[in-house]
Design a protein around this ligand. Structure first.
Ligand code: NAP
Length: 271
C-alpha cells in the first residue's frame, strides 16, 4: 500500500518540501508519496485528526502551526519540548509523536562550514519560532552561550528566560557580535530580496560563521554583506534540506538515498 506523508501549513503552495521528498522517494523506488496539505487557520487539530483517519503516516508542519503541532502530540522529543514547537508529527499505534528537526537541520547546515555548537557564543537575530528552535538546538548541543537580539526586546527577554541560563537577550548587536562563533539571521528580514537585519559585522571575529535562514533569494543582503567581510557563510536552503532528512527517515523508515542533488531539486522548484 502506498505510504502517504506530507507537509501541513497555510499557505503551503510555496513549500519546497514536496519536491525534495518526492525526488528522494523516486530515487529510492518507494511506493510512497509526499503531498502539500493546506489546513484551515482555525482548524489544525481537526485537520490532523482527519489525516490520521485517512491513514497518513505523518506530516511536517510549517507556518503558522508549529506550536499547535506540539499541542496535538501525545509524546514529544526533548528538543520539541524545549523549542515549544514541532515541525514533525508521526502517527503510529494510535500515538502522535512530535519532534523538531529544524534545529538539527540548522546544526547540519552549520557543520558544512566546520561549526560545532561548543565552538563559542552564538548570536541569533530574531525571537520568533525559528529563533526559538535554533536556540533550543544550540543549548541542547552544548553551546556555551546563546545571545538573542530582537527588535521587540521583551520578546527576546521572554525567549531567553524560558530557555535557561545559557540564553541571554542583548539590546545592542555590537555587544552580542563581539567574540561570536556564529551569527544567525532568524528574522524574516531579507525575504524576497529586501534589506536584512542590522548586522555590525565589523564587531565580530572574521572567523564567525554567518547563516541566514531566509533562502529566497539564496544570497541575501545579510549573507552578501557577511561574505564581503570575509565570513564563511551558510544559506537557508542547507537548513531546509537538513531538516528534511530526519523527517524522511521518520516517515519511510530509511534515510534519503544517496545520489540525489536535493539542492538542485529545491532550486529547480524555486523557479
Ligand atoms: P516569526 O515567528 O514571524 O518571527 C519573525 C521575526 O522577525 C521576529 O523576531 C520579528 O521581530 C522579526 N522581524 C520581522 N519584521 C521585522 C522588521 N521589520 N524589523 C526587525 N525585525 C523584524 O517567523 P519565524 O517562523 O521565526 O521565521 C523567521 C524566518 O526564518 C522566516 O523568513 C522563515 O521563512 C525562516 N525559516 C527558515 C527555515 C529554513 O529551513 N531555512 C526554517 C524556519 C524558518 P519582532 O519580534 O520584533 O516582531
Amino acid at each position: 500500500m502506498t505510504v502517504t506523508a506530507g507537509v501541513v501549513g497555510n499557505p503551503i503552495a510555496h513549500s519546497l518540501s514536496p519536491a525534495i521528498h518526492n525526488a528522494w522517494i523516486a530515487a529510492a523506488g518507494l511506493d510512497a508519496e509526499y503531498q502539500p496539505f493546506l489546513a484551515p487557520l482555525d482548524g489544525f487539530a481537526a485537520f490532523i485528526a482527519d489525516l490520521r483517519g485517512k491513514g497518513v503516516r505523518g506530516v511536517n508542519v510549517t507556518i503558522p502551526f508549529k506550536e499547535e503541532a506540539l499541542a496535538v502530540a501525545t509524546s514529544a522529543s526533548d528538543l520539541a519540548q524545549l523549542a515549544g514547537a514541532a515541525n514533525l508529527l508521526v502517527f503510529e499505534n494510535g500515538e502522535v509523536r512530535a519532534d523538531n528537526t529544524d534545529g538539527p537541520g540548522l546544526l547540519e547546515a552549520l557543520a558544512t562550514e566546520g561549526f560545532k555548537a561548543t565552538d563559542g557564543p552564538a548570536v541569533i537575530l530574531g525571537a520568533g519560532g525559528a529563533a526559538r528552535g535554533a536556540a533550543a538546538a544550540l543549548v541542547l548541543a552544548g553551546s556555551p552561550q546563546v545571545r538573542i537580539v530582537n527588535r521587540t526586546r521583551e520578546r527576546a527577554h521572554a525567549l531567553a528566560a524560558s530557555l535557561g541560563e545559557t540564553v541571554t537577550d542583548y539590546q545592542r548587536a555590537e555587544d552580542a557580535f563581539a567574540d561570536a562563533a556564529v551569527i544567525i539571521n532568524a528574522t524574516s528580514l531579507g525575504l524576497g530580496g529586501g534589506e536584512g537585519p542590522y548586522a555590525p559585522f565589523e564587531c565580530a571575529p572574521g572567523s564567525a560563521v554567518v547563516m541566514d535562514m531566509v533562502y529566497k533569494p539564496l544570497v541575501t543582503d545579510f549573507l552578501d554583506k557577511a561574505a564581503g567581510r570575509g565570513h564563511p557563510t551558510v544559506d537557508g536552503l542547507a537548513m531546509l534540506i537538513g531538516q528534511a532528512k530526519p523527517s524522511f527517515e521518520a516517515f519511510f523508515g530509511r534515510p534519503p538515498p544517496a545520489g540525489v542533488d536535493a539542492r538542485a531539486v529545491a532550486l529547480g522548484a524555486m523557479r
